[in-house]
Design a protein around this ligand. Structure first.
Ligand code: NDP
Length: 353
């Protein structure tokens, strides 16, 4: 899947192109590279940020439309060279050839690879070998992959929750939000989320155990919705969207509340980000607002997996994926993140084995 050109505004399927080509699967001699067959692709909102080139450097390299991709040095994303200039992103893959002592043919891994059927990974140290294969491998694009770790770090490390605290999550039914919510319930918090459809709201309450939830697209007075759900205010806001939601939350935070700034999806397709109007309440309410990048926290991955695995196996953590079949459908799946088409973690199946 190639990006045809840099884009402005909402991404369209026609901004991407699915082409057929050939790559040599043998890892270059002495390179310590591995060749992988890509199985499950992860559609993630940050991919949109790589499709528009700004003057400022980004935390993640921009895609190079239609050209052979050579990624910047000294970055987490210096992971591999794609033969076709494909889009890149997180995926679950199977090693099919290896010159690296830590990886053997048949290993399952997750990490950064190409939006293509096969890839050569020239820096395989960045791949994570999958230890538990007795759960669906697609889980390593979400629950057990980057979004799962994001939920874990953003909630436990950044939000620092305490039992009984009142938590609000935006984009709550998505890959990150559904897990943050369940971590909040495991901690003994009162939990409210918002999502963009009545079906998603039902999912929040029935499947993920939210105490309350609302459809923000049908809500013409967010402040009133918060006053109804949180008559005594919000202790922790897990921010995924920004915009009007953040402004209304700021009015309803409790004194000494915390805001974990995970994402701002309502802004990713705007040429100029919107202003935030109620920042004065940061002072009046003595709030802490902390952004985080998951790439700084990868050392916590083993601890995260060991802690969540029993909950997956005994069913105390639920998980919903939105599975799309076929690499050719990946562009449509990706752009659906920005209209809320996905219900749960958006995964694209390239191959099941
Ligand atoms: P999701 O699975 O939640 O998919 C995105 C969802 O965002 C959509 O389904 C939609 O749900 C909602 N959405 C889309 N556009 C808007 C809008 N304009 N206003 C409000 N909601 C919107 O994605 P993830 O769980 O993977 O990501 C959630 C957030 O976390 C994103 O902002 C992402 O960038 C961020 N993130 C940050 C990381 C970090 O390191 N800081 C790492 C990973 C993710 P709905 O139908 O409810 O509107």
């Amino acid at each position: 899947v190639l990006l045809k050109h840099y884009i402005t505004g909402f991404p369209k399927e026609s901004d991407m192109e699915v082409v057929t080509g050939t790559i040599t699967l043998n890892a270059p001699e002495g390179s310590k590279a591995v060749a992988v067959k890509n199985l499950y692709l992860s559609c993630d909102p940050y991919i949109r940020n790589r499709m528009t080139k700004h003057d400022e450097p980004s935390y993640v390299p921009y895609f190079i439309p239609g050209e052979v991709l050579s990624l910047l040095n000294s970055s987490f994303f210096t992971l591999f060279t794609s033969s076709l200039g494909t889009l890149t992103g997180f995926a679950v893959s199977k090693v099919v050839d290896s010159d690296h002592p830590d990886f053997k043919v048949g290993d399952f891994v997750w990490g950064m690879t190409g939006w293509e059927e096969y890839s050569i990974i020239t820096s395989p140290e960045t791949l994570i070998k999958i230890k538990y294969t007795d759960v669906p491998l697609s889980y390593y694009t979400g629950l057990l992959g980057m979004p799962g770790l994001t939920a874990y770090v953003g909630f436990y490390e950044i939000s620092k929750p305490k039992k009984g605290e009142h938590v609000f999550i935006s984009a709550a039914s998505g890959a990150v939000g559904q897990l943050v919510g369940q971590f909040a319930k495991l901690t003994g918090c009162y939990l409210v989320g918002c999502a963009g459809s009545d079906d998603k709201v039902k999912l929040l309450k029935d499947k993920f155990g939210f105490d309350d939830a609302f459809n923000y697209k049908k809500c013409d007075d967010l402040d009133a919705a918060f006053k109804r759900c949180f008559p005594n205010g919000i202790d922790i806001y897990f921010e995924n969207v920004r915009g009007a939601m953040l402004d209304a939350v700021l009015l309803n935070m409790r004194v000494h509340g915390r805001i974990a700034v995970c994402g701002m999806i309502s802004q990713y397709n705007l040429e100029k980000p919107e202003g935030v109007h109620n920042l004065m309440f940061m002072i009046m309410k003595r709030l802490i607002m902390e952004g985080f990048m998951i790439f700084d926290h990868y050392h916590l991955y083993p601890q995260f997996v060991e802690s969540i695995m029993p909950h997956i196996k005994d069913g105390t953590i639920n998980y919903v994926e939105d599975v799309v079949e076929g690499l050719e459908n990946a562009p449509k799946a990706l752009i659906g993140l920005f209209t809320g088409r996905n219900v749960g973690k958006q995964v694209v199946v390239i191959s099941r084995g």
